[in-house]
Design a protein around this ligand. Structure first.
Ligand code: KIV
Length: 269
């Protein structure tokens, strides 16, 4: 948390990297949780396409639509006073053409009230990033494990396992920086590669499973809270086990309804 700091902007994040202050980021999908996370002092709220897996119950992030991302982004944006809100570009919202990317990124800002967008990919998307940035749309890249390409890769294994793949990720990060991206999410790569990428560029590298040497960390909020328990990647630290607590609370409520002890006189009119 960056205490006593005002509204977080893309410039704030760059300054934080320069001053070696670590950036905290979390995903948010709705107004209630976004308000809680913002109030608690997180620097960046990402309306991730992980909404598909953790909220919609889908197997991958591929099916989530542009309309759904706009909807969730607007819920989060209205709750955020301080954190920078980044809306995720869903699969096929930016890959078909630069014109598509412009229109869809514009929707995340105009309708979703986001302050920036995120897209997966490196050198291949440099021209897209350049056009978005030229139009006044701040862009965050996403390298390493890129979940929208799951059907191409066939697994969620860690990326950057050999020298060629590692060099490719460093080159992608440099291309994104040169194209005007203000930051990069780096997912599931060896910690030493995380360090190398963070040292190769001046823009902040926000890691998820990229080790401790990057400029900030992001987690999927339902993972951190122990609300999403279907699977647990090694990089997740669970700060609470809220799924258990929800279960206990609901079982107690059902018992009280069945026994007639809820509602009592104070809870009645
Ligand atoms: O969609 C998402 O939640 C993400 C994070 C894994 C960074 O992209």
């Amino acid at each position: 948390m960056t205490a006593n700091r005002g509204k977080v902007t893309t410039a704030t994040l760059r300054t934080m990297k320069a001053q070696r202050q670590r950036i905290s980021a979390l995903t948010a999908y709705d107004h209630m949780f976004a308000g809680l996370l913002d109030e608690a002092g997180v620097d960046v709220l990402l309306v991730g396409d992980s909404v598909a897996t953790v909220v919609q119950g889908r197997d991958t992030t591929v099916p989530v639509t542009m309309d759904q991302m706009v909807y969730h982004t607007e819920l989060v944006s209205r709750a955020s006073q301080r954190a920078l809100v980044v809306g995720d570009m869903p699969f096929l919202s930016y890959q078909v053409s630069i014109e598509d990317a412009m229109r869809n990124a514009g929707r995340l800002l105009k309708e979703g009230l986001a302050e920036a967008v995120k897209l997966e990919g490196g050198r291949d998307f440099a021209p897209t990033v350049q056009r978005l940035v030229a139009a006044g749309i701040p862009v965050m890249g996403h390298l390493g494990l890129t979940p929208q390409s799951i059907h191409q890769f066939g697994s969620y294994r860690a990326r950057g396992q050999d020298a060629a793949e590692q060099q490719g990720i460093v080159d992608d990060a440099k291309a994104l920086e040169q194209s005007g991206a203000f930051g990069i999410v780096l997912e599931k790569v060896p910690a030493e590669l995380g360090r190398r990428v963070a040292e190769a560029v001046a823009i902040p590298i926000i890691g998820i499973g990229a080790g401790p040497h990057v400029d900030g960390q992001i987690l999927v909020t339902p993972d951190l809270l122990g609300l999403f328990t279907r699977f647990r990647p090694r990089f997740v630290r669970r700060y609470r086990e809220l799924a258990n607590e929800v279960g206990e609370a609901v079982r107690a409520y059902c018992r009280d309804v069945q026994s007639g002890s809820f509602p009592d006189a104070n809870e009645s009119y």
